[in-house]
Each structure stands twice: as C-alpha cells, then as structure tokens.
Design a protein around this ligand. Structure first.
Ligand code: SF4
Ligand code: SF4
Length: 443
C-alpha cells in the first residue's frame, strides 16, 4: 500500500533507515491497526502534546506516519523519532475521537516495545526501567519493603534537608508521599453490610496500597456498604500497565497470568479496580494474552469481569448516602477512564448523589494532567506544562475539592496544586462517598 506521509514530517530517507527493517516489521505495530488511519486530522485538537507544541510530529497523525515509515523501512528508529514516540502520553484521547477506529493505544504500546527490543533508549534508563519492571513491580513484598524504607526517609530530618537542595527538589518531588499504614490484601473477605448482593475481587495494585491506602480502605467500606463481599486475594500482583506502557509486554503478560489465576480462583462475579489506568489494562488482558493457548480463554473471562469502581457502584445501583458534604467539587476525568474505558457519566453521577455536593465542571476536564504513569519522571517539562494547565482549570472553578479516579492523577494534582500554593483538596470519588456514609454512621 502506498502511503503519503504528511509534509511536515522530518526527512524520511537517509535518516538512519535500518537494514533490519524487514525483521523489525514483525516487532512493531500490527499492519491492520496502522493502516486504518486516513490522515483526517480529527485527533489533532485533542492531543495534549500537539496542542502544547503545534508540531505535526507530536500529534497522533504524525506519530502514525512515523510508525508507517519505520515499518516500510523509510525511516529508522533514530533518537529523533524515538523522542517523538516518547513524548506521547499514551492518554488515548486521539483514539476516543478517531472516526476510523485506529487503536492508537495498541500502536504506541507495540512501538514502545519495538524501541526497547532494539535498545534505542539510553542504556541507564533501560537498566533502571528493566529493574523496576522485572524485579520490583511484580513483587508486592519487595515493594512494601522499599515503601517502608521510603516512609522512614520521608519522615526523617534528612528528607527535609534534601528538599532544600536545588536540583534534588524536583527529583524528590517525583516520589509519592507514602501513607502512614499500607493497605494489604488478605485471605478473609470483607463482609457486606446487610444482605449480600455480589462477591467481588478488589485489585490492590502496586503504588496505591502504599501511597493511597486511605483510598483503598474507603473503596472497601463503600463496596461493603453497597452489599458487596470483597475479596482481595494476596496472590495478586501489579496489573502490568507500567510495563506495557514502557515496552515490557512480556513482563506484563507474566503479571496478567498471575492476576487471572488469583481472581478466577477466588470465584468472584466482578473484579473491581479503583485505579483507571489499571482497570483499562486489565480490561485488555484478552488482547495481551491472545496468542497464549493456555491463557487466551481465561484472559477473555477475566477481562469481561473487570469494572471500574465508579462503573460498578453506578450499576448496582448506589445506595445514596445520607450524610451531607457542603462542598463545591470539580471532577478531573482520568484519561484511562474517559478515553480508554469511555466512562465519564458514572463518577459524576456518584458525586451528584452526595447530599450537599455542588459539582462544577472545569475546562478541559478530560485533557491529560501530565501524570501518565512514569511520564512525569521521564518527560518532566511536558508533564509540568500539563500539570500547570490543570491547576489553572481547577482554580478557575473555585472548587474546594477536585475529585478523580486514578492514583497517578491524584499525585500529579496534589503536587502541582501544592506548588501553586493552593489548598484545594484532591481525592478519589469513593473517598467523598465514604465520608458522606460515615458522617451519619452508615459506613
Ligand atoms: S482521527 Fe484517526 S484516522 Fe484521523 S488522523 Fe487521527 S488517527 Fe488518523
Ligand atoms: S495518546 Fe495522547 S499524547 Fe499520544 S498521540 Fe494520542 S492524544 Fe497525543
């Protein structure tokens, strides 16, 4: 198929076109996904990196043209090309508006894997990410050990001193503030209040039980308040989202198999996820393990069970709380809830069900806040720009609280609101529900 690249793209021939082109085609994005793009450009005005830079190469259409160039051996995976791919937030806003159904998330995941396979990223970054992806994230015990050390450090005078060193401050700011106690999966289920409506599994995840243990505890209380028996199997692990986004598909497959075994063995009717990024990944386990004869069917069953916590509560339907929270609240759509899972109504419906809450919309609520997994550490400049825009949008609403449904968004919002000197509170939707229940002893 003859493809006409966009005129704004960088030179296509002689820019390091790889001799291994034919071999690499097998590693990169799938042809049937790639050639769906008809270059209409409808995705450009929702792409945060295009809106920030105005560059075609930082747009979905430009990145797809580059992927095609690599596939057809007209362009090599040069540092410039890799840079355009790595600036992508993998927010999937483009995918949600594409009239041709281009699965951009999958394309970018395959491209990131191609970059890793060909060792195109700097070696130090590759070594650190490989350590994190293979030796840290899949091991909850090691994560907790590291979390305990970090918590000690964060509460020591050393943290305060280091915080004042120029340069280090930014790096230290990337480390999430850890909860005073961690949420731990356990063998015994959490029992429902009143009659049991359903038995659900709860994903614990990797960072959330350590950085947002209070959110996990609120999630359990709200679910049990709504008639769910909640099982958090100790054999579960991180969902694999960070691995997939970082090009480690093989590591993500291993983690997916462990979670599938953990939750299917637990005999649950739904697998509830309070983190939009994790939920979106787990809903796509069927695709991740499509070529694994031993797990393809189980992965389909698992994906069909996965629900975001706001989706499940709205569907039950929610038992409305009677406690009153007289708060002006705005809602930030996490990309992987709004664009990847296409869930925007359920969290707003839950917030409106809380007596006293006045829900006000912020401008561009579904535009990425710049968190995007490890993005804030790897692309600090773009992450900062997007974080600052988000803070402006939140402050313009004059809300007292910004609610969201993803741990990464919560950390990014907290960090940039704090830097802006704002006291606006950031929380998960279920935390507000929980407070309303508990205010009148319903939790
Ligand atoms: S909206 Fe879809 S088809 Fe149009 S340029 Fe973007 S990715 Fe291609
Ligand atoms: S995933 Fe997000 S940042 Fe990447 S091209 Fe699409 S809209 Fe732009």
């Amino acid at each position: 198929m003859a493809i006409s690249p966009h005129p704004n793209l960088p030179p296509q021939r002689g820019e390091g076109a790889s001799k291994l082109g034919t071999i690499l085609q097998a590693l990169g994005p799938r042809e049937e996904d790639l050639y769906k793009c008809v270059h209409c450009g409808l995705c450009l005005n929702v792409c945060p990196t295009y809106l920030e830079t105005g560059l075609e190469t930082e747009s979905p259409r430009g990145r797809i043209a580059l992927m095609k160039g690599v596939r057809e051996s007209r362009v090599g995976l040069t540092p410039r090309v890799v840079g355009h791919m790595e600036l992508c937030l993998q927010c999937r806003a483009c995918e949600a508006v594409c009239p041709s159904g281009v699965p951009f998330g999958r394309l970018m995941e395959a491209t990131r894997e191609q970059i890793v396979q060909q060792r195109k990223a700097p070696w130090l970054r590759r070594a650190i990410l490989r350590f994190v992806f293979r030796h840290l994230l899949p091991h909850p015990g090691r994560l907790r050990f590291l979390g305990n050390l970090l918590r000690l450090y964060q509460r020591s005078p050393l943290w305060w001193l280091v915080q004042r060193l120029p340069g280090i401050q930014r790096l230290q700011g990337q480390i999430p503030s850890l909860s005073s106690s961690f949420f731990r999966p356990r063998v015994e289920p959490f029992q429902p209040q009143g009659s049991k409506k359903m038995r659900v599994g709860l994903l614990s995840g990797c960072v959330m039980p350590m950085a947002q243990a209070a959110t996990m505890e609120a999630a359990v209380r709200v679910l049990t308040r709504n008639g769910c028996q909640v099982v958090a199997p100790p054999s579960q692990t991180c969902c694999g989202a960070l691995n997939i986004h970082g090009g480690d598909g093989v590591g993500a497959q291993r983690m997916a198999r462990r979670n599938i075994d953990a939750f299917l063995d637990a005999g649950v009717e739904a697998v509830v996820v309070a983190s939009a990024g994790c939920g979106s990944t787990m809903k796509e386990y069927a695709h991740l393990l499509r070529d694994d004869p031993a797990y393809a069917d189980k992965a389909k069953r698992m994906s069909a069970l996965v629900v975001d916590i706001t989706e499940l509560l709205a569907r039950l339907p929610l038992t409305p709380p009677h406690g009153r929270l007289p708060l002006r609240v705005t809602y930030q759509d996490p990309c992987h809830l709004a664009h990847a899972q296409r869930i925007t109504a359920a969290p707003r419906q839950l917030l409106r069900a809380i007596p006293g809450v006045e829900l006000v919309e912020m401008e561009n609520a579904s535009r990425c806040c710049g968190a995007a997994g490890l993005y804030s550490a790897l692309q600090p400049q773009m992450s900062r720009q997007l974080g600052e825009h988000k803070v402006d949008a939140v402050l313009a609403t004059e809300a007292q609280v910004v609610a969201t449904a993803n741990p990464g968004c919560m950390m990014q919002l907290q960090a940039w609101l704090r830097r802006a000197g704002s006291g606006v509170r950031v929380c998960h939707v279920v935390e507000l529900l929980d407070e309303a229940y508990r205010q009148v002893g319903e939790g």
